[in-house]
Ligand binder design. Structure first.
Ligand code: PBG
Length: 333
């Protein structure tokens, strides 16, 4: 048998492009860079940092340390932070009225960052759950989460956040019609330039547990769930409808949440819309990696980099991730 036999079926050798690092680097389709990372940051009313139990390495920052931490992230090339408040139980009520107190923790945190950390984008969460005594994202009456009443509150909330200096408001509540209503409310008050990042496809997921501990809504929520407004995990076409509505109502950016488990949705939205799509690598996804890494069962850095690159490959323009600062550091090595 002549050696040419082998040559005949191996004219195309896929492995040629993989044989060394330089060529792999040269032909790679997708890349992860610091500018892809949005860092979700928890703030609390007190001083210093308080660890989040189910998220090793994640802290709620007091306003005394916040600017310094965010500066460090900015200096690593992270373009924006997404702020979430941990609100003390005594400030929560049925209607979540603290959400539109113009001097609330979020507003003070935003003003501080805008003053002390020039160049960082500040994304402010719009939803009532950190502020309600029942932990739901909306106004509740007779056990129902009321859509239109909630949207009115969200407009007020978006208004105080914009007034405080938020660059982006990010409604994460999944009420119908809130993007258009918030856009109109912002525009009517002179905030035409404030962006709206819509959590367009947000699923009722079991992966939000550690986040709910961090903002203190877990206890308030108890055994209740959010299935009457967040999406059902079995649906995919519905995500397209949600995104279509939000784009028509004026969303500047779209979010899919959770991220990794819903990369099919990220891809469908990225294919269907020219509006930038982001993925939220949520708290439960973070916690699982940390737990396995602590046990020595997976290589944290390698797993995180691979997962975030997978978000890019699926079509995400960027990723919200609690790993952001670590990743930006690794990328700079
Ligand atoms: C609620 C909100 C949640 C998250 C962000 N905003 C949780 C929820 O819907 O109960 C979860 C983020 C995460 O798990 O990292 N407005």
């Amino acid at each position: 048998m002549s050696e040419n036999v082998f040559a005949s079926f191996s004219r195309t050798r896929m492995r040629r492009n993989r044989q060394s690092a330089w060529v792999r680097d040269m032909v790679r389709e997708h890349h992860l860079q610091a500018s892809d990372l949005i860092w979700p940051v928890f703030v609390h009313e007190g001083q210093g940092e308080i660890p989040v139990q189910a998220m090793p390495g994640v802290y709620r920052f007091g306003l005394d340390v916040l600017a310094e931490r965010v500066k460090a992230a900015r200096d690593l090339g992270i373009p924006a932070v997404a702020l979430f408040p941990s609100v003390p139980a005594e400030k929560k009520d049925e209607a979540g009225t603290e959400a539109f107190n113009a001097d609330n923790l979020m507003c003070r945190a935003i003003a501080l960052l805008k003053e002390q950390v020039p160049g960082i984008g500040v994304i402010a969460d719009v939803a009532l759950d950190p502020y309600t005594s029942h932990g739901q994202d909306g106004v509740v009456r007779s056990g129902k989460i009321l859509n239109d009443e909630t949207v009115l509150q969200l407009c007020k909330q978006a208004g105080v956040l914009a007034e405080a200096g938020a660059d982006v408001v990010a409604p994460s509540d999944m009420m119908d019609g809130r993007i258009g209503a918030i856009r109109d409310a912002l525009d009517a008050n002179g905030f035409q330039d404030v962006l709206i990042l819509s959590y367009a496809a947000k699923y009722a997921s079991a992966l939000y547990g550690p986040f709910r501990e961090a903002v203190g809504s877990a206890q308030a929520l108890g055994s209740a769930d959010k299935r009457t407004y967040q999406m059902d995990a079995g649906n995919s076409d519905e995500a397209l409808r949600e995104a279509e509505l939000d784009v028509a109502e004026g969303a500047d950016m779209l979010m899919v949440k959770p991220g990794i488990v819903y990369l099919d949705i990220v891809q469908r939205l990225a294919d269907a819309f020219t509006t930038p799509v982001f993925a939220y690598h949520v708290s439960g996804e973070y916690a699982m990696i940390k737990a396995a890494a602590e046990k020595g069962w997976v290589d944290e850095k390698a797993v995180v980099l691979e997962k975030l690159l997978a978000c890019k490959r699926a079509g995400a323009r960027g990723v919200l991730t609690y790993h952001a600062v670590d990743v930006a550091g690794w990328l700079a090595e």
